[in-house]
Ligand binder design. Structure first.
Ligand code: 6GU
Length: 264
């Protein structure tokens, strides 16, 4: 899977992408992270990419032209790589093999990124991210190229690079082979809508604190039961919103369980 990141700070992207699990995934050719410098595509000789906003107000806006040309260059590179005479759609220039290439604009004015969204995007072969800066981006180029708007939370950052890297990381780890055997992603937080249970490693007693005895019992069913209970307790305490949603979704299961209990 290929991540194409349109940015004014490519070195920031490269620095993170070459490290740790992402770096290993790139080396193994499971993913690629392609930071593209928007400034390269400016058509003025000063390399300017921003300008004042119509209607006044403080701050500068990223202009449409360099962003659009940068996006077009990426789209063409994707088509060339596929080596296909891609069906060209006159309505938009950003199709590849009949599918519109997902182009994500990172902005706080958007729905918040979730595990579900990560799973959805993990099905794509190519994703383009646009990282905004200054006060934002000329709306017209967004209308032209963007398919998805993503925020990473209700706070404001200085630019879209860190948010884009957050998305890349969350999506990349869902690509088969990116996580090793030891790094399972099956039973982690959010997969079933609950937070993960507490975990313990050696020693059995540390600073007088004991590992919960059930975990040493070797009784697999009891361990599973304990972990599920701990997940419920933790989620209720730390994320009451997720707990409510989980309980609502599992209302029927719980009722069926009670009924079964009463009948026996
Ligand atoms: Cl995607 N961008 C910026 N600049 N700030 C944010 C954000 C994105 N998500 C949360 N805050």
């Amino acid at each position: 899977m290929n991540f194409h990141i349109m940015t004014l700070f490519p070195e920031l992207i490269d620095g993170v992408a070459k490290t740790s699990i992402l770096g290993r995934a790139i080396q193994k050719d499971l993913i690629s992270v392609n930071a593209v410098d928007i400034r390269t595509y400016t058509d003025n000789k000063h390399g300017r990419v921003d300008d004042y906003t119509y209607g006044g107000g403080a701050g500068m806006l990223m202009q449409a032209q360099p962003i659009y040309d940068c996006h077009q260059a990426i789209v063409e590179a994707i088509r060339d790589k596929e080596g296909a005479v891609a069906p060209f759609n006159a309505v938009s220039d950003s199709y590849n093999e009949g599918r519109r290439i997902r182009t994500v604009y990172m902005t706080p004015q958007a729905p918040v990124f979730t595990q579900e969204k990560a799973r959805e995007l993990a099905d794509e072969e190519d994703i383009i991210f646009l990282c905004g800066h200054y006060e934002g981006v000329d709306e017209r180029v967004l209308e032209e190229i963007v398919t998805d708007y993503i925020s990473i939370g209700d706070y404001v950052l200085t630019g879209g690079e860190l948010p884009a890297l957050v998305c890349v990381d969350a999506i990349a780890r869902l690509v088969p082979g990116v996580l090793g055997n030891g790094e399972s992603y099956e039973t982690e937080s959010f997969d079933d809508g609950l937070l993960e249970y507490p975990q313990y490693s050696r020693p059995e007693i540390w600073r007088g604190r004991e590992v919960p005895p059930v975990l040493l019992s070797g009784h697999h069913a009891n361990v599973e039961k304990w972990r599920h209970e701990q997940s419920l307790i933790r989620t209720k305490e730390r994320r009451p919103d997720l707990y409510e949603a989980y309980m609502k979704a599992h209302e029927d299961d719980e009722r069926a369980k009670k009924r079964r209990k009463n009948n026996t």
